[in-house]
Design a protein around this ligand. Structure first.
Ligand SMILES: [Cu+2]
Length: 139
């Protein structure tokens, strides 16, 4: 019984540590430099990522007050921001530390939003989430 409890602790403790949120400094801000909210653009669309009060570090690199960008395309942020962000075609990770991308989008309205996350892809506390912008892709 005792051995079982110790085993359980050994399994649970690292999981609990992995879920610890990285703090973000006061005044830090993430924002989309371009395109502007409401813009009419043609595809491919160049999206430039802005960050104030923090730095960029690649995924896997632990350094205070840093993170890497994630672009949310036509989706809301996950409800649970204490877990690592999944990588999908709507949640794109920029784990090399990129600060811009070129997106191929279908004609019509699309939403874009940036979310910074730490070396383990877990959003900071409080989270650094940009304004969600809507753009229209014209043919
Ligand atoms: Cu990531």
């Amino acid at each position: 019984m005792r051995a079982l409890m110790i085993t359980a602790l050994l399994v649970i403790a690292p999981l609990a540590l992995a879920q610890e949120r990285t703090p973000s400094p006061a005044g830090a801000e993430v924002y989309i430099i371009t395109p502007k909210n409401g813009a009419h653009v043609s595809s491919p669309v160049v999206v430039r990522f802005g960050l104030k009060g923090m730095g960029i570090a690649p995924a896997g690199v632990k350094f205070d007050n840093t993170g890497h960008h994630h672009l949310l395309i036509d989706t809301d942020p996950p409800a649970d921001l204490s877990a690592p962000l999944p990588a999908t075609d709507k949640i794109v990770h920029f784990g090399k530390g990129q600060t811009e991308t070129s997106l191929t989008l279908t004609p019509g309205k699309h939403t874009l939003q940036l979310l910074l996350a730490d070396q383990n892809h877990i959003p900071h506390s409080p989270p650094l989430l940009s304004q969600k912008i809507t753009i229209t892709v014209v043919k």
